[in-house]
Design a protein. Structure first.
Length: 496
């Protein structure tokens, strides 16, 4: 039987990763990323962050070359290409598809005043009911900065695109985008179900700068002859999926349906839940985007909660509180004998800058309730992990207020999800079942491509071989203990 491979690219700000997935077995045949040290981010001024889109292309080529050699794959065996990418970036190209300036990427904050002014001028009701978010520091606001500060360059812009759109254009020679991508940039009107004309008009953008819109799962374009020769692939290979990194992470975990949650807990933490109706938070404490399976006929929204103070707190505790040289696994063992609620010690984990879930307040990290005669380092360690979980649940309550019925949390078995205490506390407070998987963004993008080109009929077939590593059910016998500890934590947060 001839081999069939699906190729996935994951275009991050640190590296570009590529994976080849065997379409029939569902297994990853090879994976690689470049650069192997972190990619440079240009910061000409404080708060700025830019990257050269051509660097992404070169790193994609290097990653592809390595995996094709490792798998022994031929050009003819690659049947479809999918792309995951860093969200909210701005790429500007001219009529010849040449990049006009470095990309203003997701962590660049220069556009904040432009988004805030638009929110004030247009009105919160208008923005939230149509965009489901404030214009904030998203792609449209970044383009407004270019228009005001680089007017001669702005006049040369033919199309604007997100990082994933740019890679797709380099592959195919065709500029297009998706509804999900436009929603990330605040350029999709969820009420009118078309590009957000009122925001484009406000900023003075002609709608023609938006590329053609194609379905997320479809043959969006095909690999052109020039790119095929450059990459060593076959011209005509379909490019059949793209998604921003957080929607794609949810796809990689097979999270498609209302009430399902995809979570990550690295340096910062993300809870991304699927909502089955267009809704928003009145205080804009979470962001809402079109999920990968959103269409104008089917509302599937991805509600994104980000907690800055997640793994970074656990790492701080390891460096400054835990015995010297101890591992995270050893820390987890040390806390096992500390009861739920850490015997009254609570930690508010917001020490990594302003938190959107707190309406952009910066309340810092605080440790409360220590009794010198009773508490030890282990109490502080456990209280830190509980505080991180409680911050997740605090944000999940906002999602529930928006109409989300949270029943299941999917996560990769990595970072904070390696801790039994973290997992059990999250299940105990939320009441949701946690399922841990072995997954990867570039593998998810490859399987998305398989759905888009018709190799897989749906997500259930595409992710039938997704490897489930563990299932954590809520401990109903201890549920009240978890909820009491969470209530005490919320009381401390109110005092701040």
């Amino acid at each position: 039987m001839a081999r069939r491979y699906l190729l996935g690219f994951d275009v991050g700000s640190s590296s570009v990763k590529a994976s080849l997935v065997d379409a029939d077995s569902g297994n990853c045949a090879a994976t690689a990323f470049f650069p192997e040290t972190e990619a440079p981010i240009m910061a000409v001024k404080a708060g700025w962050a830019e990257q050269d889109p051509n660097m992404w292309w070169e790193n994609a080529k290097l990653s592809l070359k390595k995996i094709m050699a490792e798998a022994g794959a031929t050009a003819e065996e690659v049947k479809a290409i999918g792309i995951s990418y860093q969200m909210h970036g701005l790429v500007c190209v001219d009529r010849n598809q040449q990049v006009l300036r470095p990309s203003i990427i997701w962590c660049d904050s220069r556009a904040v005043p432009y988004g805030e002014k638009a929110f004030g001028d247009l009105g919160s009701d208008q923005c939230l009911s149509h965009l489901l978010n404030s214009p904030g520091n998203f792609t449209a606001s970044k383009l407004a900065w270019v228009k005001e500060n680089e007017p001669e360059l702005f006049e040369k812009i033919d199309k604007i695109m997100l990082p994933g759109d740019y890679i797709a254009m380099r592959l195919s020679g065709v500029a297009n985008t998706t509804i999900s991508g436009l929603s990330e940039g605040m350029m999709w009107d969820f009420k009118e179900k078309r590009p957000a004309k009122f925001l484009l008009d406000y900023f003075g953008f002609d709608e023609s700068i938006i590329p053609d819109i194609v379905p997320t799962f479809s043959v969006q374009s095909e690999l052109c002859e020039a790119a095929a020769q450059e990459l060593g692939l076959k011209a005509g290979t379909p490019i059949s999926y793209r998604g921003g990194d957080q929607p794609n992470n949810a796809l990689s975990l097979n999270v498609f349906n209302p009430g399902e949650i995809a979570s990550t807990a690295g340096t910062s933490g993300v809870v991304y839940g699927v909502l089955g109706e267009a809704n928003y938070d009145q205080k804009s404490r979470v962001n809402t985007f079109a999920h990968v399976n959103y269409t104008t006929e089917l509302d599937r929204l991805g509600v994104l909660l980000c907690i800055n103070g997640t793994g970074i707190l656990n790492a701080w505790i390891r460096r400054n509180v835990a015995p010297e040289g101890i591992s995270y696994a050893d820390m987890n063992v040390m806390m096992e004998n500390v009861p739920i609620g850490s015997e009254g010690v609570t930690i508010i984990p917001f020490g990594n800058g302003a938190e959107r879930v707190l309406e952009n307040r910066e309340v810092g990290c605080s440790i409360n309730g220590i009794n010198f005669n009773k508490h030890s380092k282990a109490h502080i360690m456990r209280a830190a992990q509980e505080g991180i979980v409680f911050s997740f649940c605090y944000g999940m309550e906002i999602m529930q207020q928006m109409g989300m019925d949270i029943r299941k949390i999917h996560a990769g078995k990595a970072n904070m999800f390696l801790s039994d205490i973290f997992r059990n506390t999250l299940a105990g407070v939320s009441g949701a079942t946690i399922e841990l998987y072995e997954t990867d963004g570039s593998v998810g993008a490859a399987k998305g491509a398989g759905m888009g080109c018709g190799i897989y009929k749906d997500n259930e077939e595409a992710f039938a071989t997704l490897k489930k590593l563990a299932v954590i059910e809520p401990d109903e016998a201890r549920r009240n203990d978890y909820l009491s500890a969470y209530a005490a934590w919320k009381e401390q947060l109110k005092k701040l």
